[in-house]
Design a protein around this ligand. Structure first.
Ligand SMILES: NC(=O)c1ccc[n+]([C@@H]2O[C@H](COP(=O)([O-])OP(=O)(O)OC[C@H]3O[C@@H](n4cnc5c(N)ncnc54)[C@H](OP(=O)(O)O)[C@@H]3O)[C@@H](O)[C@H]2O)c1
Length: 310
């Protein structure tokens, strides 16, 4: 890699992608784009910015992570905002790529919320011909639109691209506030409770919902591997196994050294029952597997968050 643009390069996963690219390719120019760099939803500002970047020479990779998404029940209350903003981010990313960086390979990052709520590991074929979960409909459809857009730009302009579909990503650099994604939220709660001597920690749901989790360092490694070596229009990138929230909470409790009780609150919104990726294509075509086990990744993240708290 010589010159790379990472949209969403100021976010949780994007920051880690940028850091790893700079570590692996010290000679490369890695350009991180966040909303303070340029508003990607504003076509004119984005094209102007790309024009300036293009004057500095060709770009060989565009890694597209920018998105508007929040955890918990936020998507239930903001489907129109999610639809509007994410459509603009994706449509502008595609057209800017074709006009200003046609030599670059685009690698986009999708989410397993695009899959339907079926009780088995989702193969990539299920991205089409099935409806995503109702409360994730708007967001999931903007990701599907991106996938279709990549196909269209490949067909009409001969541009090169790949996509990866990620499960729930966690790790150092995540948000640990209460309203964050499940792993960060629980690590935040358990670590703070262990420090304050609280007697119990509340976990949303009954603990039986299942999710697949991927350590951020592994997600970054897989995204870079796909950018370099995958021509698959969509490739699931994960551990290929789902774990229950009860198991997750117990591992986090142990890693945080919390000796109080876990209280399950079944009145809170918890989303779909189970979600898991079928990762056979990833193994066959990319020869890649995620090396970090969930307990190990949790322990590392807990240590990182404890160090942040001081
Ligand atoms: N986290 C997960 O568990 C997970 C799972 C599956 C897929 N993904 C996908 O991975 C990607 C990154 O996720 P993340 O968790 O790292 O998200 P994040 O922390 O919320 O970061 C979002 C990024 O998008 C940028 N962005 C948003 N609106 C923008 C705009 N109008 N103009 C320019 N930049 C804008 C943000 O910039 P600022 O912060 O500077 O505003 C930030 O860098 C997303 O596409 C997401 O769908 C994430």
């Amino acid at each position: 890699m010589k010159r790379v643009i990472v949209t969403g390069g100021t976010g949780f996963i994007g920051r880690a992608v940028v850091e790893e690219l700079r570590r692996r390719y010290p000679e490369a120019e890695v350009i991180a784009v966040g909303s303070a760099t340029v508003d990607l939803a504003d076509e004119r500002a984005w094209f102007e910015w790309l024009g300036e970047v293009r004057e500095g020479g060709p770009v060989d990779h565009l890694i597209h992570l920018a998105a508007l998404y929040k955890a918990g029940d936020w998507p239930v209350h903001h489907p129109a905002t999610q639809f509007n903003v994410n459509m603009k981010l994706n449509v502008n990313a595609l057209e800017g790529w074709a006009r200003f960086l046609p030599e670059a390979k685009l690698t986009s990052v999708l989410s397993y919320c695009m899959y339907p709520s079926l009780p088995h590991a989702h193969p990539e074929e299920e991205l089409y011909g099935h409806e995503p979960e109702d409360y994730l409909f708007a967001y999931a459809m903007t990701k599907k639109a991106l996938l279709i857009g990549q196909r269209a730009y490949r067909q009409e302009h001969g541009l090169r691209s790949a996509s990866v579909v990620l499960p729930t990503v966690y790790g150092p650099g995540d948000s640990f506030a209460e309203n964050s994604h499940v792993v960060g939220a629980l690590i935040g709660k358990f670590v703070r409770a262990a420090r304050s001597g609280a007697r119990e920690v509340e976990v949303w749901g009954d603990g039986s919902q299942e999710r697949e989790f991927l350590y951020v360092g592994d997600a970054v490694d897989g995204i870079i591997a796909a950018a370099l070596r995958s021509d698959e229009p969509a490739l699931n990138l994960g551990m290929g196994e789902a774990r229950s929230i009860a198991e997750l909470a117990q591992w986090i409790k142990d890693a945080a050294g919390f000796d109080g009780e876990i209280r399950y609150n079944q009145d809170r919104f918890v989303g779909v029952k189970t979600r898991q990726l079928d990762v056979r294509r990833m193994r066959d075509t990319l020869g890649w597997t995620a090396p970090t086990s969930l307990p190990e990744g949790i322990a590392r993240t807990v240590r990182w968050y404890e160090a942040q708290l001081g």
